[in-house]
Write a protein that binds this ligand. Structure first.
Ligand SMILES: Nc1ncnc2c1ncn2[C@@H]1O[C@H](COP(=O)(O)OP(=O)(O)OP(=O)(O)O)[C@@H](O)[C@H]1O
Ligand SMILES: Nc1nc(=O)c2ncn([C@H]3C[C@H](O)[C@@H](CO)O3)c2[nH]1
Length: 206
């Protein structure tokens, strides 16, 4: 290893971020940072009425991820120890740009930049791309109750937003190394050879 990597796994809802990050954490003996889902008091309400609950939800995610990133910096990055996370902090902005409008979006942007601009950023991103049918299938299979009524148009838009967001990150300086995984065709859950190929691709980036 040249330098202790900070790896983030990203992709739209249900792409397999937590699954792949957990598998890589075990395989590569990396500590894992996972986003908080079950204790989120706004997700249920948000999916029932996005306009009404988006600001509370986005702020909740931002505050939680800020705290996790702060801890990650202290526990791993500053000690030059490798770590893998099932999200990139930039996902906050990807979602907020879609769910917020007007003054709230403007205020959110300012708070986002204030909190995160000077925080450590992942130097490796594993981007799982998948199309709408694949994601809807996985969301159905996972069966979280609050996600079952999700508007497919919202998810379809997020797929596009994610492509633009990852492209934006790729253009940053210093630019992260990005490994794109085809989540439609690569079944890293059931197919051991396909998972091993991802492991080998990740090792080349480290
Ligand atoms: N490549 C894959 N092949 C088959 N099943 C998969 C694959 N990736 C994920 N799954 C399944 O899809 C479901 C969603 O995966 P997971 O929870 O890891 O997604 P996520 O991207 O972390 O979701 P979220 O955006 O909600 O945090 C799980 O049931 C998982 O087992
Ligand atoms: N609006 C919004 N903003 C976020 O930053 C965000 N991060 C995750 N999610 C949703 C996707 C899954 O349903 C569920 C678990 O990932 O939470 C988000 N929703």
């Amino acid at each position: 290893m040249k330098q202790a990597p900070f790896i983030a796994v990203e992709g739209p809802i249900g792409a397999g971020k937590t699954t792949l990050a957990s598998m890589l954490s075990t395989e590569l003996h990396l500590p894992i940072i996972k986003e908080i889902v079950e204790e989120n008091p706004f997700l249920d309400k948000f999916y029932q009425n996005i306009d009404e609950w988006s600001f509370q939800l986005e702020m909740f995610f931002l505050c939680n991820r800020y705290k996790q990133l702060e801890d990650t910096g202290l526990q791993y990055i500053e000690k030059a120890q490798p770590v893998i996370s099932d999200y990139h902090i930039y996902k906050n902005l990807i979602f907020a740009e879609r769910t917020l409008k007007g003054v709230k979006l403007e205020k959110y942007r300012q708070i986002y930049h204030l909190l995160t601009d000077d925080m450590p950023k992942p130097d490796i991103i594993i981007y799982i791309k998948a199309d709408l049918d694949t994601l809807l299938g996985r969301i159905r299979k996972r069966a979280r109750s609050f996600e079952q009524e999700m508007d497919p148009a919202y998810l379809e838009q997020l797929i596009i937003d994610y492509d633009k967001g990852i492209q934006f990150l790729a253009e940053q300086s210093p630019s992260p190394r990005i490994l794109t995984v085809n989540g439609n065709e690569i079944d890293f859950v059931e197919n051991q050879a396909q998972f091993k190929q991802i492991v080998s691709d990740v090792k080349e980036l480290i």
